[in-house]
Design a protein around this ligand. Structure first.
Ligand code: TMP
Length: 220
């Protein structure tokens, strides 16, 4: 498979979406063919599944969550990510499989081997070449999320301006999720970034790693 597949991971409020966008903009600026996408979502059916996952009024059971995230991922991988990689693009994905292991596995306690197994089926041959993990304390992340929710609420008074189903989970849940992400950073593809640094400093680190791996791949 050509191209380069990069996922941006971290607990809600870690700043990963901002960094994903900055990274994408910088690559476009360098005229490197790139795609910015997200999970759950990034494709028509997957975006519909996102609506259920984030905004359902009815209870979604942990096992069902695993399957819905995986179903959305399967659509997204086959219809969007694989074709972009085949065109030699750098694909930047805001969350991917590590979020399922961290949130549903470590956070909700679903058996991790089952989640991997379901996701191996959902992902096919696709796995991130680089996983950026934006690490931040739960306190700091929740503070940021609250500020963001407040500014969204003052902008639009709609249902979606409120915190989503997952953002509303407890401090303990997020502590487990953060520890889960850090546990997965034993894999050398996972690069931990200190999310307390300035956005500019973090962006420089991101771009330097991306360019290093991208050039390395080109020179092979
Ligand atoms: P976002 O707010 O970063 O777009 O992510 C949406 C929420 O979905 C976020 O709270 C994390 C959660 N999520 C999971 O629980 N499992 C997954 O596999 C993915 C991709 C996201």
């Amino acid at each position: 498979m050509a191209g380069l597949f990069i996922s941006f991971e971290g607990i809600d409020g870690s700043g990963k979406s901002t960094q994903a966008k900055l990274c994408f903009d910088a690559l476009v600026q360098k005229s490197i063919p790139s795609l910015l996408t997200r999970e759950p979502g990034g494709e028509v059916i997957a975006e519909k599944i996102r609506e259920i996952l984030l905004y359902s009024q009815d209870e979604v059971l942990p096992q069902t969550e695993v399957l819905l995230y995986a179903a959305a991922r399967s659509q997204h991988v086959r219809k969007v990510i694989e074709p972009a990689l085949a065109e030699d693009k750098i694909v930047i994905c805001d969350r991917f499989v590590h979020s399922s292991i961290a949130y549903q596995g470590y956070g909700l306690g679903v058996d991790q081997e089952s989640i991997w197994q379901i996701n191996r089926f959902a992902m096919g041959n696709i796995f991130p070449d680089i996983v950026f993990l934006f690490d931040l304390s739960v306190d700091a992340a929740q503070q940021r999320s609250q500020e963001r929710a407040q500014s969204r609420e003052s902008l639009v008074n709609s249902e979606k301006s409120k915190r989503d189903r997952i953002e509303a989970r407890s401090f303990e849940f997020y502590q487990k999720v953060r520890n889960g992400f850090l546990e997965m950073a034993k894999d050398p593809r996972v690069k931990i970034l200190d999310a307390t640094k300035t956005p500019e400093a973090i962006h420089d680190e991101v771009i330097s790693i991306v360019c290093q791996v991208y050039q390395g791949g080109r020179n092979q």
